[in-house]
Design a protein around this ligand. Structure first.
Ligand code: ATP
Ligand code: MG
Length: 449
């Protein structure tokens, strides 16, 4: 696709720049049936409706969007009247979700300017914090205003299935051509309104293989401390997008470079600054690479594994310190784990369903060291043996020595026939009678991937 501003200064351009049907590569075939259904129904109901944001951007870039966002002049209540399968959500942004089983199409009403809305009305529907952050933002407006409220130029592109045109309100097509992530408006103001835009700049740069434009990049380091005001629950959502989207390694480094990492992972960020060559950093890097590889191969990953890895060395250091003061290992383990976990939770609220697997993985690191008697067989039956073993293996690969030997022992043990397994545990102290072990059901060895 060719941008239309080649010889113009952006002040001279009339927005929106319109790309006719033949001038872009978007067609209805690229949209999901559900997205099309929603667009048609809104149009039929007498409203304007557009595909917007990532959907348009990704198709223009020749990629397949993972979800479709729609913008319309219908209010949430009007949308709800049109769709039986509609749920209204959100406080900060009131949105409509049109639910088709597991597929959800997000429909947002055009957002308006604060300045242009009547003062009183604005006060009732929007709210700013002392840092200039928007706490509530439910003023509706025109499509032009909606475009200006979006974060990056490449995200302010609208596609209509009425006339099949792409409407470009901020010179986003030109920035797509030039591979630039550029904020709309004054960068500092836009970051203050919503500091998460700093994380989004980084995520889009790595995801789309683009550069963050100079003016957009400039204020980030200075404004990074604003990240501390973001609710930890929202940070968890951002963590998922940054680290489970196949670009975890790149995002980690770019976040570090822009001094944003400490607002997600304070412990490893500090270690990284002090000793970038440490085993802790090497281990996290290895886990990040592994995560990306698995995702890019279409394999399943759990958000818990990476989170467990990111803070493990800090926990281990805490355990060692406490053990050195004479505390029993178990007590030291729980004390260090609880403290580190609650420090981490202040940045990222980790849902309970991921906290438990994290704790199991750490707990298994200790369990995997004990192989005597029927302990090894017991550990093999642990419901999260697989994750614990993978974790140990990665630690072993980084640290080498005894830890690697231990990991290799477990690799052989789980694949060996039962008789060999019995031989393998015999060498360890405290071997108990075989009686119980013989009646124990054998667990299938964990596969390697
Ligand atoms: P992807 O879905 O691939 O992460 P996306 O651009 O679709 O990318 P979403 O988070 O789905 O991102 O948001 C949809 C659109 O909403 C964006 O393209 C952007 O126009 C707008 N948007 C999202 N978050 C913000 C924000 N914090 N500030 C301003 N606009 C935003
Ligand atoms: Mg999206």
């Amino acid at each position: 696709m060719v941008s239309k501003d080649k010889n113009q200064h952006s002040e001279d351009i009339q927005f929106p720049i319109v790309f006719e049907r033949g001038e872009h590569n978007i067609s209805r075939k690229e949209l999901s049936d559900n997205a099309l259904k929603v667009l048609y129904r809104l149009n039929k109901g007498g409203y304007n409706a557009y595909l917007v944001g990532g959907g348009v951007r990704d198709i223009l870039l020749g990629q397949h969007p993972k979800d479709f966002d729609i913008a319309t002049n219908a209010t949430p209540e009007q949308i709800k009247k049109l769709f039986r399968n509609c749920r209204l959500i959100g406080r900060r942004f009131r949105l409509a979700h049109i639910v088709f089983g597991r597929d959800i199409i997000e429909v947002a009403t055009f957002r308006g300017h604060h300045a242009s809305a009547e003062e009183t009305k604005a006060k009732a529907h929007s709210k700013q914090s002392e840092h200039g952050m928007l706490l509530r933002d439910n003023i509706y407006g025109s499509i032009d205003e909606d475009a200006e409220r979006r974060d990056f130029t490449i995200n302010a592109l609208y596609y209509s299935i009425k006339d099949f045109k792409v409407y470009d309100f901020a010179n986003g097509v030109s920035d797509i051509d030039n591979k630039l992530i550029r904020l709309i408006g004054d960068p500092e103001t836009r970051y203050r309104e919503d500091p998460v835009r700093m994380l989004r700049a980084i995520r889009f740069a790595t995801k789309l293989d683009m550069e963050i434009e100079t003016e957009t990049a400039k204020p980030i380091k200075e404004l990074a401390p604003l990240m501390a005001n973001i609710p930890a629950a929202r940070m968890f959502e951002e963590y998922l997008k940054l680290f489970l989207g196949g670009k975890a390694t790149d995002n980690f480094h770019l976040l570090e470079q822009y001094q944003l990492l400490e607002y997600l992972f304070p412990h490893i960020s500090k270690t990284y600054k002090v000793s970038p060559q440490s085993n802790a950093v090497k281990f996290v890097s290895r886990v990040l690479e592994n995560t990306d590889k698995r995702i890019n191969e279409g394999k399943r990953v759990t958000p818990a594994f990476l989170l467990a890895a990111v803070i493990w060395y800090h926990i281990e250091e805490g355990i060692n310190n406490l053990v050195n003061t004479g505390m029993p290992y178990q007590d030291a383990f729980f004390a260090s784990m609880n403290e580190t976990m609650s420090e981490q939770q202040r940045c990222i609220a980790i849902p309970k369903r991921f906290q438990n697997p994290m704790k199991d993985i750490w707990f298994l690191q200790q369990k995997l060291m004990h192989r005597e008697g029927n302990k090894a067989f017991k550990v093999l039956e642990h419901e999260r043996f697989r994750a614990g073993y993978d974790f140990l293996l990665l630690r072993g690969e980084i640290e080498g020595g005894e830890l690697l030997e231990l990991a290799n022992w477990w690799t052989n043990f789980q694949e060996a026939p039962y008789e060999t397994q019995q031989q393998m545990v015999k060498g360890f102290k405290g071997v108990r009678s075989n009686r119980r072990r013989n009646t124990r059901r054998r667990r299938k060895p964990a596969s390697k991937d």
